[in-house]
Design a protein around this ligand. Structure first.
Ligand SMILES: Cc1ncc(COP(=O)(O)O)c(C=O)c1O
Length: 370
């Protein structure tokens, strides 16, 4: 008979592209006793989560909910509810997650029009307009924080262009939410989704989604059923809306965790949180440059929660990454997709964005590079 020992995972310093480190308060919240998914105590907690999500997303959208699943589930919900077979969809592809959006949208029968840019570059409203001028589209999708490149897509003017041509604007703010401003209402974004395990510093498994009234109307006018039962918002919203009727069993402990992670953000305040992320990112950038690294993304469009440095010539990047984990208990990640082997992905997200982590990482790196 094999022997299965108690779980004994290391307390890693998580400085990769997610998951980020989780505050003990969040882990303690997860250990609270279970209540049922229709228990009055749980219904109250659901309302609080929705309020806190609106705060973090800077939106009044009534349909603001956590999807039961990781960021990709929310991504899927954001697409499948608004795409009907044959719909034209314009997707900005300037990194790995733009590719994933294309893949998913096509699976729901969309005619996908890829708007391509080099990985690390961002789109301008004029470029979106030029595409929509050629032919209108039901939806325009952009990745706000590209975790594969470390670029942050400016959002000013994007909704204005999309709306002028009758398109919905959808954004992926998986890596940006809670680390840099995400102003859903001010930007005029119609649909946005995120993830829990990045700048919200909650374990993966639950993911925010917000949909404004205009997009909700379009959902209601669909001619065909949403092709994904689990993520069909016309049904899910009955659980998260005023009816609170069963759709699927909510992941109770994940909701406890999300509530606590959001409560921590509320206590810190959004502005203070953004300043903290920026401050530690700038320390990291300066320290890496001193060691001979160059940043993949120009300063103007750099995403503070996720940095993508190119290595100095001759650096054995894989050995250094392995030694960081083995000797310093510190995780960073290699490049993804076409940036594989070219950059690292160093995250300073949520609870991981602190002076101790930046200092340890730079000191460890310096020592390993000798
Ligand atoms: C920008 C972006 N979008 C979507 C996802 C997918 O989220 P998940 O891996 O939680 O399913 C990720 C995950 O890293 C991401 O960084």
């Amino acid at each position: 008979m094999p022997i299965y020992t108690d779980l004994n995972t290391s307390e890693r310093i998580l400085m990769g592209p997610g998951p980020s480190m989780v505050r003990p308060r969040v882990l303690r919240a997860m250990a609270q006793p279970l209540v049922g998914h229709l228990d009055p105590q749980f219904l109250e907690l659901m309302a609080e989560i929705q309020e806190l999500l609106r705060y973090v997303l800077q939106t009044q959208n009534q349909l603001t909910i956590p999807i039961s699943g990781t960021g990709s589930a929310s991504m899927e919900a954001a697409l499948c509810n608004f795409i009907e077979p044959g719909d034209e969809v314009v997707i900005g592809v300037n990194g790995y997650f733009g590719e994933r959006l294309c893949d998913m949208a096509a699976r729901y029968g969309a005619t996908v029009r890829r708007l391509e840019k080099p990985w690390g570059a961002v789109f301008s409203p004029n470029e979106i307009e030029a595409e929509l001028k050629k032919k209108t589209a039901k939806l325009v999708a952009l990745v706000h924080g590209e975790t594969s490149t470390g670029a942050m897509q400016p959002m000013e003017g994007m909704a204005e262009v999309a709306h002028r041509y009758g398109s919905l604007l959808l954004i992926d703010c998986v890596t940006s939410l809670g680390g840099v401003p995400v102003k859903i209402d001010e930007w005029g974004v119609d649909i946005a989704y995120s993830g829990a395990q990045k700048c919200l510093s909650c374990p993966p498994g639950i993911s925010p989604l917000t949909v404004n009234d205009h997009a909700r109307d379009i959902l209601r006018q669909r001619k065909t059923k949403v092709a994904n039962w689990y993520l069909d918002l016309t049904m899910v919203e009955k659980y998260w809306g005023s009816e609170r009727t069963y759709h699927h069993t909510a992941p109770i402990s994940m909701n406890y965790a999300l509530r606590e992670a959001l409560r921590l953000i509320y206590e810190e305040g959004l502005e203070a949180r953004f300043v903290r992320h920026r401050y530690h990112a700038e320390l990291l950038w300066a320290g890496l440059e001193d060691l001979g690294f160059t940043m993949h993304v120009p300063l103007e469009h750099r995403l503070p929660p996720l940095t993508t440095p190119h290595f100095p010539a001759g650096l054995d990047e894989l050995t250094i990454r392995r030694r960081l984990l083995a000797e310093y208990n510190l995780e960073i990640a290699g490049g993804l997709g076409q940036l594989g082997g070219q950059v690292w992905r160093v995250g300073l997200m949520g609870y991981s964005s602190c002076l101790e982590n930046v200092t340890l990482f730079l000191a460890a790196l310096k020592s390993l590079m000798k």
